[in-house]
Each structure stands twice: as structure tokens, then as C-alpha cells.
Design a binder for this molecule. Sequence first.
Ligand code: FAD
Length: 617
Amino acid sequence: MTTYEVIIVGGGHAGCEAAAASARLGVPTALITHRRATIGEMSCNPAIGGLGKGHLVREIDALDGVMGRVADKAGIQFRVLNRRKGPAVRGPRAQADRKLYREAMQSELSETPNLEIVEGEVDDLVVEHGRIAGVQLLDGRVFSARAVVLTTGTFLRGLIHRGDEMIPAGRAGEGPVLGLSLRLEALGLKLGRLKTGTPPRLDAHSINFAVLNEQIGDNPPEPFSALTSAITTPQISCFETRTTPQAHAIISSNLGRSAMYSGRISSRGPRYCPSIEDKIVRFSDKDSHLVFLEPEGLDDPTIYPNGLSTSLPEDVQLAFLRAMPGLENVVIKRAGYAIEYDHVDPRELSPSLMLRALPGLYLAGQINGTTGYEEAAAQGLLAGANAALAAKGAAPLILSRTNSYLGVMIDDLISRGVTEPYRMFTSRAEFRLHLRSDNADQRLTDLGIGVGLVGQERREHHCERMARLDAGKSLLTRLTATPNEARKAGVNVNADGVRRSAFQLLSYPTTQRADLEAIWPELADIDDKSFEQLAIDAQYAVYLDRQQADVEAVQRDEAREIPDWLDYALLPGLSNEMKQKLIDAKPQTIAQAQKIEGVTPAALTLILAVIRRGRLD
Ligand code: FAD
């Protein structure tokens, strides 16, 4: 029997991050996964980040995780989404070269001290005296450990659906995992069934790009990681096409052949990432949907049509694709499919991601009912760190809704559970003005340093950055000007006679750095990056005080009863979907409404305002 301190099962996005985190804490760690070659595989779209998800990547990076650095090496088109909106809702995103991502992740892990990679399938758990003691592999090998992290993704009793075909599989071309589900059930855990889907992959040579809109990435590309100074991978364009009424007609007339609509799949899929057949049924008033054609790699002629996930049979997939501009002669390289899999009810977990029913066993990623690489990786980091901390006899790292999206996600999962695959959105965070992608390091890196999760390079980088920010902020707060002086330099403040600091003047969105330097030439000493960060911090400082008051009000009002006269159907500002959930659940108090999945902090604030007003209009 081989012995480690921590064993991570699964080399997907959760597993990679868990293994790296545990090893960073100096604990002998094994990553046991089916195949070394599929470590870091992107099962679906070759992209990292986006709205809400990009925040998670920055938080992973702030805790010295690997996803951001790997995405920077593999990214072939970087774009900051929502750039025209406020920094709080901007989401960094990168289209990745699938092969480069895998290779970069594999080389990152193989160079990580304290980490061994073992190929094999874990079939059972070893339990001794009511706690985890190790794992048993399908080939009979047994490995012992103080803590185990399961990150098995979509593999638990995975079943692929395409038309009327049903193929037991963890993902295309890979078998399902059966033994672990049985063991988890035997432990008395509640398992649920969820589904997700993927679109067909297209041959780039068969697409007429000349008739399509080109989508160019940001120049210069903005990296995810604080440790990446510049993106050096060549950058490419994506393209846009659209579904057409003819494509919709083909899909509508074949709905009975879709695995989902023929009743063969009963489990829930991600509502916010619906299949194309779902979109056509749910949004029947729309005669066209935007589809992004995303290259899967620099030297790979595979195109991922983002927005076309489907479980229709292959002949129907080809027919509707060929009814779209630029795709008239398209060739499918691999047909799309849906996959059903088991997940564990995350309400069985503690905030450290350890299963309450079996001390020492941690779960992370899709197994907890989430969807997405970033959600998986963020949980993996926390579970891996906590497994290692437990093995060292140290207290766990617990994150909160007030300091991170990761804290929001864990709290949502363990307190509300899931009825559909959970995906991160900025609207899930009530403190989102504070939880920005630009300040993840200010929020989290010191916490990571405190538990020993952050390596030397980042520690030094962080300390230098914080020292520059502190010095910049104290200079900006020290320097003050009268309204007259400010107005002369071009900052349009009220002529109220009140002196304002340079930091306060920076909070005006129209203030330019040059305006302030005209008053105080010494501000030129602040480097560009720090100045940019301080300007964002200054803009948000005003709102943060107000937000804090809102949050405290919601906390005070949690016990408040919801009166009978409040008719959600008539409440303006709530989506139809949210109204229906509230009507169905009939919460008696704000606290109960808060527990309903999908009811956002913004909706609660709206309901509270109506209750306080005593009427709907
Ligand atoms: P995975 O990435 O699935 O990795 C699991 C790993 O565990 C694999 O390496 C596997 O070999 C290994 N493993 C499993 N069981 C064992 C065992 N018993 N022993 C040893 N090794 C084991 N996400 C989105 O955000 N948007 C989408 O549109 C989307 N569509 C998807 C479509 C499909 C068809 C699939 C399969 C996934 C899709 N996802 C999508 C989800 C995304 O791929 C996952 O959320 C993410 O990969 C989950 O990461 P993970 O680490 O939990 O698991």
C-alpha cells in the first residue's frame, strides 16, 4: 500500500487546482486520474473566464492557483467583457487553444514539488473508524491518505444522449465511473442527476468566413494572472453567424428526435446555457440567435459553435447548421451531445467542502452540482487547501460572501443546494461593488499568505504591489485642493468651498490623471498600474459605504414577515422566472425568500422596499 497525506481523485479543472493547492502547502499529494494525457482537458468550450467566471479566475490567481497562469499561456483571444460598464461587472475572458491549455497545465503540475501523478480509476473509498483512510483502484491497488478530494466531474454514472442513442460515458470517448456512485450512496448521501450538453464541432475548412462578421480580441490582451507580464501567444479572431428561420423550422420539426424532448432525459440542465432546441421552444418569438464561431486552437482546424449545444441526432444537426450563413457546406467533425451524470447534494458539505458524513473526504467541482471550469477550479483550490490543512492539523480556510465570489458560491451551494447546474453570475453577490475582478488580490492574497498557500514569487510580487498602492493612496489622500484649484485644472466639483483630497477628486469619473498632475506634479511618481487601481478604488469608495448600509439593512430585515397583500405577479422589476419561483414557494419571511434558489440579493432589496412602503406602486 502506498501512503500520501492527501489524495486528489480526478485531473479535471477542480482536480488540477486541488492537487496544486495541497502540494503548495507542502503536503505529499497524489493526483489519481484516468489518464495523464487528459489532465486539464476542456470537456466543452475552449474558453476561460467571462462574467462572474472571470472574477473566479482572478480569485484563484490571488490565492496562487494555476488556472490564470495556464490560461495566459494558452489564450489565443483575450477580451474584457462589459468593458464599457463599471469595473465591478467587467469579466476577463480568453479563448484558449485546447492543446496548449492541456500541455501548460500538465507541465505546471509535473513541475510542482510534493505532487505525484498516478494513472488509474478510483473504484472505492477506504473508510476506517468512521473517517476516510484512502482509496482503492479498479486494478486492486490501494493508496492510503489522511484526506481525499473527489473531483470526478461528469463521470459518475455518466450517460451520453444523442437522438435515440444512449452511450454510458464520462465524456465523449471515455467510459463512465460506476463504483464510486454506489459507495457514495452506501454512505447515505443524497445523489441527484443533472445534465449538460455540448455543440457539434465543425471543420474550419468547410466554413465560408468571408461572409461572416469578424470579432477581434483586445489589443493589447489583458492577462488573468498578476504574475503574467505580457501575453506572448499569437492572437486570432473569432467570427459570428446566426441561426435562421429555416434552421429553426428544421429543429422544431425534429424536436421529437431530441433526447431531451422525447422524454429520455428527465434531469435538469443549465438554464443559462440552454441547448438550441431549448432556446427555440422557450423563446419562440425570436427568429434568430447569435452564434460565435470559436477556433479550438492555433494549428487545429476545429471550430466550436458557441450557442448550439444539442442532443438532436447527427443528421438533424447537419441540416440545421447548413441553413446558417457561412455554414452552407459545413462538415461536422464530432456531433454534439447531452450527458447525464450523478452529483452529490452539496448541502451535505461543510464550508471547508468536507463531507459532514465522512470526515476527511472533500468534494469539489461538477460532483457538487456546479457547471463550468472556473467554478470547478475555484472549489478545487479550496478543497485541496483544506484537505492539506486538515492533514497538517491546521484550521481550515473558510471564505465568506463578503470577501469573494468563491465564498458566495460555497455559501449558495451548502445552504441552498442545487436544482440545476450552478453557474456563477455577478448578480449572485450582494457585495459585488467590492468583489471586483481588479481587486481580487487585495481581498484574498493576504489570507492565502496567512495559511501558507501562496508561494514565494507571488508573495514578493504582492508585497511590492501593496506597498506601491499604500504609498500612492497616502500621497493622494495627503494632497488637498480647494474647489477653485480643482476646477482650474479641469475637475468639475461643486463650488462649495470644501477642500477635497486628490483621492476624492479621482472618484469623479471624468477626472483625468493629467488634471491632477497639473495641480500636483509629484503624482507623476505613481506608476501607471497602481494609478489605474487607485482610480478604481477611489470611484468605488463612495458606493461601498452605501452598499454596506444596504447589506446591513437586509441582515436586519431577514426576520421581517412578507405580508399577504404582496402579489409577486404585479411587482415591477422582477423577472417572470423569479416571480414564478416566489409564487410557488410562498415564503413567509425575507429569510425564507433568501433561501429560494435564484432569488437574488437585488430582488430581496426590491421586496423589502415594497414592504416598507406598504404598497406595490
Ligand atoms: P472534469 O473536468 O469532468 O474532470 C473530471 C476528471 O476526473 C477527469 O480527468 C476524469 O478522467 C477524472 N476521473 C473521474 N472519475 C475518476 C475516477 N473514479 N478515478 C480517477 N479519475 C477519475 N461547462 C460550462 O461552463 N459550459 C458548458 O457549456 C459546458 N458544457 C459541457 C458539456 C459537456 C458534454 C461536458 C462533459 C461538460 C460541460 N461543461 C460545461 C462542464 C465543464 O466541462 C465542467 O464543469 C468542468 O470540466 C468540471 O470540472 P471537474 O474538474 O469537476 O470535472
